[in-house]
Design a protein around this ligand. Structure first.
Ligand code: PXL
Length: 259
């Protein structure tokens, strides 16, 4: 049987823990068929991003249209967009209905602080997002206000929904406490989803991996509320199974094949 097709629109990470490479491995682990449109080449290793080379928006457009002309997409993950012009290309295809089950990972800064996204790009896509998945820092940057406590996370989720996303997950993986608590805003109210925090320094690409797992689940037919705990458990297992890896001397990747 033909598997569902999931598209990632994102940047390349040569260290393969984040970006396009993480997304395709996550799709493969979920037994969906991953296709990809690369928006930028990053230069990075386990110590962080040192350079970004954006792909021209016209080339993002031709990549996207080649796929849209040929395969039926079941879900789409959007990560690093690099420029507002590239976001406009993607928003245009979303407006035409070409990008179903859109999971928007609103990346702005790499964990080492290198700019890899722009706020305008995220805002252009929000109205088309089935679900947007900021961490607390990204939610704070998008809303210009502090986001840290559980009630701030919940308020932020509601405010991002007001900007157009149908569902919002503010992830709590970088927060304090024994558990990693995510907040899910749904049209019927807010709920909290919890998983044990994994003690490891290998956390590179958790955001990309989580968003891709959500997209894979949506492609397999889950609703967002059903997909969230599954995607979160997948990331917890992927963290746990790579906790002792020594892959590079900095922040290493997860084990994407833990499923
Ligand atoms: O996790 C954010 C992110 C997204 N996309 C690419 C990245 C990173 C972080 O380094 O490199 C390509």
């Amino acid at each position: 049987v033909t598997p569902p097709v999931v598209l990632t629109i994102a940047g390349s990470d040569p260290s393969a823990g984040a970006g396009i490479q993480a997304d395709l491995k996550t799709f493969a682990a979920h037994r969906v068929y991953g296709v990809s449109v690369i928006t930028a080449l990053t230069t990075q290793n386990s110590h962080g991003v040192s350079d970004v080379y954006p792909v021209p928006p016209s080339v993002v457009a031709t990549q996207l249209d080649a796929l849209l002309d040929d395969v039926r997409l079941a879900a789409v993950k959007v990560g690093m967009l690099a420029t507002a012009e590239t976001a406009a290309v993607v928003a245009d295809r979303a407006r035409d209905g070409g990008l179903p089950n859109l999971v928007l990972d609103p990346v702005l800064l790499s964990s080492s602080g290198f700019p890899i996204g722009v706020r305008e790009a995220v805002e252009a896509l929000l109205p088309y997002a089935t679900v947007v998945t900021p961490n607390a820092g990204e939610a704070a940057a998008l809303l210009d206000r502090p986001v840290g406590t559980p009630s701030e996370l919940a308020d932020a989720a509601g405010q991002l929904a007001a900007k157009g996303a149908t569902y919002v997950v503010v992830t709590g993986g970088d927060g304090p406490g024994e558990d990693a608590v995510d907040v899910l805003w749904t049209p019927d109210g807010v709920r909290f989803v919890t998983a044990p925090r994994v003690a490891t320094r290998n956390t590179h690409g958790t955001g990309c991996t989580f968003a891709s797992a959500l997209a894979a689940r949506l492609a397999l037919g889950d609703s967002v509320p059903d997909a969230l705990p599954e995607a979160k458990n997948y990331v917890t297992r992927a963290l746990r199974d790579a906790a002792d890896w020594k892959l590079g001397s900095g922040t290493g990747p997860l084990n994407h094949l833990s499923i």
